[in-house]
Design a binder for this molecule. Sequence first.
Ligand code: ADP
Ligand code: MG
Length: 242
Amino acid sequence: MVLLEIKKLSKCFNDLEVLRDVNISITKGEVVVIIGPSGSGKSTLLRCVNLLEHPTGGEISYMGQDITHLGKKVTDYRKHVGMVFQRFNLFPLKTALENIMYAPVKLSKVPHSEAKEQAMELLRKVGLESKANVYPHALSGGQQQRVAIARALAMQPDILLFDEPTSALDPELVGDVLEVMKQLAKEGMTMMVVTHEMGFAKDVADRVIFMDGGYIVEEDTPIEIFTRPKNERTKSFLSRVL
Ligand code: ADP
Ligand code: MG
């Protein structure tokens, strides 16, 4: 089943064309990793998918429905699309548990006790049940990011978007976060992941997309992209990062 279909997507900021003719189709359960140099439009692409940015042209449809002209229903759509950012963006004055409970209680009107139970379950899932009552400042970057993932999961999204989730972390904290993401992939979560972690891409991606200059330059299975890249720009990028 096709969950997300992006057709001829373009995005301009004034005169700057940041995305050009981007076409991606994502089926349920698929893990798509997006790689590419800084400034190639990766973040903008994710931000268009959850409508933090409005596309200049093209169409994005979610379960067959065009979502680029939703008007006030944007909030409903966003409930289905979780996002995890490079900077974890936790609410600083809420505990780990409260961070996770916030959206279900406020947006989906889940009863407090039910939301709490579910949040504890999610903390267990990311290996942080002992940190339920701890505030973000007292957590390591990796722990904060795992809470951020749990918070995204609390809305029971159909798809999770990750924008360089480990780029702000000290190297020794990266592994735990990637492990949680791997586990989610195994459980069948549909994911779009922008990352520079090529090992993760190799192990977990069903498909790797290489972007440069706002275009999708090449798209293939990880094994093809990493062992037999066809495009010169892909080759040159990989030779710098691998
Ligand atoms: P990446 O995530 O691949 O590094 P981005 O999507 O962040 O790339 O950015 C692509 C290009 O768009 C860059 O040149 C960036 O400066 C520009 N850009 C991103 N967001 C904005 C914005 N809100 N206003 C103007 N230019 C932007
Ligand atoms: Mg980016």
